[in-house]
Design a protein around this ligand. Structure first.
Ligand code: PGA
Length: 297
């Protein structure tokens, strides 16, 4: 594949992050990629593939899930660059796995327990998720944290258990409106990351995804502006870079919170935004595909 023909590379060149702070690792890599380009094949150029993951939450039925997955499959060819993933309610995972067999769409779960098995009524173990074909598991979604009182430490244990079973955790972090207004967004997000780093070490994030989801933007129709999101994403990547530059450069940091087909491209064009975690808009195949296409090179 020639240099210019590589969609990922083209996307990188097109990416227009202002990187005003000048310390974004992405920008640094980007510069080094450009500097080295003449001597490299495009495949050797390090890059982050966008990921667009649908979190269906507690929605659906056998019939509606069938229609949704059929719709996604029908338009899949239009999504050329991003990886798509869907996270159905647990009970529909086998149905979706069967329907997605042979496609490029990955499967994930919306949550996972921190134990391998045993007397934990109502819970689902990480090994059960790999058994039915999941690649990803969301951990620490703000609805788990706020409605079900799940702590940073419990989230970190879920993260560890997911990785141990071979799942890629999608670790959600994000501040409440009141925390943003008090100016402590970075403190909150930093604390949520620290719980995982303290338990698992920075190296563990090499096989993980982070989703920054400002709680005030989830399901409210209020999206963070691309710059507001970019600022927090750059903070996250910068914090990780302080511990391990390679991990920081590799990790996909998704934005979540009222992402739609109409705002996805602008969000995804920011230097440190590597795709999205999509709630409401992932329940409609056309909307979800439109967001997927926003990641096209
Ligand atoms: P939303 O949800 O897209 O409906 O705002 C995002 C999420 O909770 O992951």
């Amino acid at each position: 594949m020639g240099l210019v023909a590589d969609p990922h590379l083209v996307r990188l060149i097109n990416k227009k992050g202002p990187c005003v702070t000048g310390h974004s690792p992405d920008k640094l890599i980007f510069r080094s990629r450009i500097a080295k380009l003449p001597g490299l094949l495009s495949r050797e150029v390090e890059m982050r593939q966008p990921l667009v993951a649908g979190n269906w939450k507690m929605n659906g039925s056998l019939a509606s899930v069938k229609k949704l997955v059929e719709g996604i499959k029908a338009g899949l060819a239009t999504v050329t660059t991003a990886e798509l993933a869907v996270c159905p309610p647990y009970v529909y995972i086998p149905q979706v796995a069967a329907m997605l067999k042979g496609t490029s769409v990955a499967l994930g779960a919306q949550d996972v327990n921190d134990r391998e098995s045993g007397a934990h009524t109502g819970e689902v173990a990480p090994g059960m998720l790999t058994d039915v074909g999941c690649k990803y598991a969301i951990v620490g979604h703000s609805e788990r944290r706020s409605i079900y009182g799940e702590s940073d430490d419990f989230t970190a244990r879920k993260f560890a258990a997911a990785r141990k079973a071979g799942l890629v955790p999608i670790l959600c972090v994000g501040e409440l409106l009141e925390e943003r207004e008090r100016g402590i967004t970075e403190q909150v997000v930093g604390r949520q990351l620290d719980a995982v780093i303290a338990l698992e070490g920075i190296g563990a994030l090499a096989d993980a995804v982070i989703a920054y989801e400002p709680v005030w933007a989830i399901g409210t129709g209020k999206t963070a502006s691309p710059q507001q999101a970019q600022d927090v994403h750059a903070f996250i990547r910068g914090k990780l870079a302080g511990l391990d530059k390679a991990v920081a450069a590799k990790i996909q940091i998704l934005y979540g919170g009222s992402v739609k087909g109409s705002n996805a491209a602008e969000l995804f064009s920011m230097a440190d935004i590597d795709g999205g975690l999509i709630g409401g808009a992932s329940l409609d195949a056309n909307d979800f595909l439109a967001i997927g296409r926003a990641g096209n090179a």
